[in-house]
Ligand binder design. Structure first.
Ligand code: THU
Length: 163
């Protein structure tokens, strides 16, 4: 009996270890995100600000998406890199981001603007990590107390329904 119990315990332990390893975002993933963000940044259309941005993410099921900023002569309608990236991901039927990184024209990390943090927050898993100039941090620490779907359910007149 003791033997069986120890076998069970060790198989349980390895199950949880492999689960944890899967959740861990490896250096290889951060390199891949950086590379994809740089490639996207090179395609940016940013003649007005001279500040090209590329953004990239990895979804829970292992897919990468990226986007670049697209500016406009009517300055206010310009799109951030995150907009293109999120659109690319949603169009592909995915929405669970586990890791995110963005770079500027010097290939250095960019912190997402306030609007893009809101855009991202809808699609970030609770344990998602982001690379920003301050380091690799949980998204929840970069955007605490964010407004989300659950807030819509707090009022009885809300027409919001989970899809
Ligand atoms: N930009 C992004 O694409 N993402 C951000 O999170 C920060 C800002 C773009 C918008 C604009 O085209 C340029 O950077 C300068 O603000």
């Amino acid at each position: 009996l003791r033997h069986r119990r120890s076998v069970l315990t060790s198989s349980k332990r390895s199950y949880f270890m492999s689960l944890r390893e899967k959740m861990d975002i490896t250096d290889q993933v951060w390199s891949e995100l950086h590379l994809r963000a740089v490639n996207a940044m090179k395609q940016a259309y940013a003649p007005y600000s001279g500040y090209p941005v590329g953004a990239a993410c990895l979804t829970r099921d292992g897919q990468y998406y990226s986007g670049c900023n697209v500016e406009n002569a009517a300055y206010g309608v310009g799109l951030c890199a995150e907009c293109g990236m999120v659109s690319d991901m949603i169009k592909d039927g995915r929405s669970e981001i586990i890791a995110f990184a963005a770079v500027n024209g010097e290939e250095l990390p960019v912190v997402p603007c306030g609007r893009c943090r809101q855009l991202l927050s809808e699609h970030m898993t609770s344990d998602a990590m982001v690379e920003i100039p301050a380091g690799i941090l949980p998204f929840s620490s970069v955007m605490p107390f964010s407004f989300g779907k659950t807030d819509l359910n707090e009022v009885s007149t809300s027409t919001f329904q989970e899809q």
